[in-house]
Design a protein around this ligand. Structure first.
Ligand code: SF4
Length: 443
């Protein structure tokens, strides 16, 4: 008998910013597991952020990927399918941190990187011997085992780009708030360049996002990679540390092979905050020069920041506003400090008794879930919302994105997408709390 597996990525909670963005980001991890599923299985994929689940689907096995803010919905989905007699398996970072929690809503959970153990899960399922928990302690050898994701399963025109791709996993820096090191390991693991280039050249979209946490983890390899990426006419973005600005040779190579956008974690403008989180290599005093050097190569920056850190004072919101406008950052992502499972931050916050809720739906990075040190949670939430509305004013968007560079075509729609999402999110919150939407407009 041919079994059918339905892979599900649950929808974002209704009060999360990411739920209001029109264009979504494909769940590459789940598509990769679909990619290693043997051909004797029929495979279907449903991203609930772009479509609706049919709970009468004829699949025999439901495989759900669980991130923390999506956990409540993932558990609802698991319960509904199990009530219809389906087998449910869950995996992902949240489940790996809280397998006992997920076990209440599934028939099996996968702890750790799923690629190596997925064939065993399927074998047990086919024999009717699914175990409650599968723990994988090893990490895949990216130089040998990296499977190709099933992008063909994605709905067309619902994603910012369907062309997400990975070259590297892992990170040695182990920043306090981040779960990458705990989940993906302290060592960078690279794919062979040939393997990556073959996949890259066959991607269906002109704009590609390389999801690596640091595409420059190995400068020699990156340099060769960028040489090989030339001449494809693709545009691409990825994530790096700000120290890339100090290497003009690499910057030139990146620009020459189509790099248009870099996601850079500045996190804070306060050196004490950076020291506390273990990100001392970001030097606020050098930020302005470094940003300009990158922008001068025609590469736009999506700067990532966190508010609610222990050394933040009430001035942090105005400081961030001035910095983002002053540096003309093409895009930004400001998150509220969030103690995600598996992080050092969570352990410290638990010891200090500062976690306000474990309602995972609120762990969307735009809702305050911890007790800040220097102000109230309410002040943090209101100031955070107001800062975002101010930074997505029309004058701010125009100043930051309209430049004599082609990447305006990337950043202008992105900013308008976030502007719309923010207004819809705050309207939804206002409806619920019967409060008013912040109105301060910087010019
Ligand atoms: S925040 Fe970035 S540099 Fe720090 S551990 Fe996470 S991936 Fe590594």
């Amino acid at each position: 008998m041919r079994h059918k597996i339905l892979f599900i990525f649950p929808k974002w909670p209704t009060k999360a910013l990411w739920g209001y963005l029109q264009y979504k980001f494909p769940p590459l991890g789940l598509l990769t597991i679909a990619g290693i599923t043997p051909p004797e299985y029929e495979v279907e994929f449903l991203d609930e952020n772009t479509g609706t689940i049919d709970f009468d689907n004829d699949a025999d096995l439901i495989a759900i990927s669980v991130m923390t803010p999506l956990a409540v919905r993932a558990y609802e989905i698991g319960d509904l399918f199990r009530a219809r007699g389906k087998k449910v398996v869950m995996g992902g970072i949240h489940v790996s941190c809280y397998p006992e929690e997920a076990e209440h809503h599934s028939n099996a959970v996968v702890v750790g990187e799923a690629e190596n153990i997925w064939p065993k899960v399927l074998e047990d399922f086919a024999r009717g011997r699914l175990q409650k928990r599968y723990t994988e302690t090893s990490l895949i050898d990216m130089s040998q085992d990296y499977p190709l994701p099933r992008r063909d399963l994605l709905a067309k025109r619902r994603y910012l780009t369907r062309s997400t791709i990975q070259m590297v996993r892992g990170c040695p820096f182990d920043c306090e708030f981040c779960s990458v090191t705990a989940f993906s390991g302290r060592r960078f693991r690279h794919r062979p360049i040939d393997h990556f280039i073959e996949e890259y050249n066959n991607l269906p979209d002109r704009f590609v996002f390389i999801v690596d946490d640091n595409i420059l983890s190995n400068r020699r390899l990156a340099s060769e990679l960028f040489d090989r990426m030339r001449g494809t006419r693709k545009w691409w973005g990825s994530q790096v540390t700000i120290s890339i600005a100090d290497n003009s040779t690499i910057l030139k190579k990146m620009a020459a092979c189509g790099c248009k956008s870099l996601f850079i974690g500045f996190e804070s403008l306060n050196q004490e905050n950076l020291a506390q989180m273990g990100k001392k290599f970001v030097r606020p005093s050098k930020n302005m020069d470094r940003i300009k050097r990158i922008q001068d190569h025609g590469i736009g920056i999506l700067g990532s920041f966190i508010v609610g850190l222990d050394n933040d004072k009430t001035s942090v919101f105005d400081d961030l506003y001035e910095f983002i406008i002053g540096t003309r950052l093409e895009a930004f992502l400001i998150s509220v400090l969030t103690p995600f499972p598996g992080t050092h931050l969570t352990r410290r916050m638990e010891q200090e008794g500062r976690i306000l809720t474990k309602d995972w739906q609120q762990y969307d990075m735009s809702t305050v879930v911890h007790q800040p040190r220097n102000f109230s949670p309410e002040f943090l939430q209101e100031s955070y919302d107001e800062l975002n509305v101010s930074l997505y004013s029309l004058s701010s968007i125009a100043r930051r994105t309209i430049k004599p560079r082609k990447n305006t075509l990337i950043f202008l729609p992105q900013n308008f997408g976030f502007r719309k999402a923010w207004h819809r999110l705050l309207a939804a919150r206002a409806d619920e709390r019967e409060t008013t939407v912040p109105t301060r407009e910087h010019t």
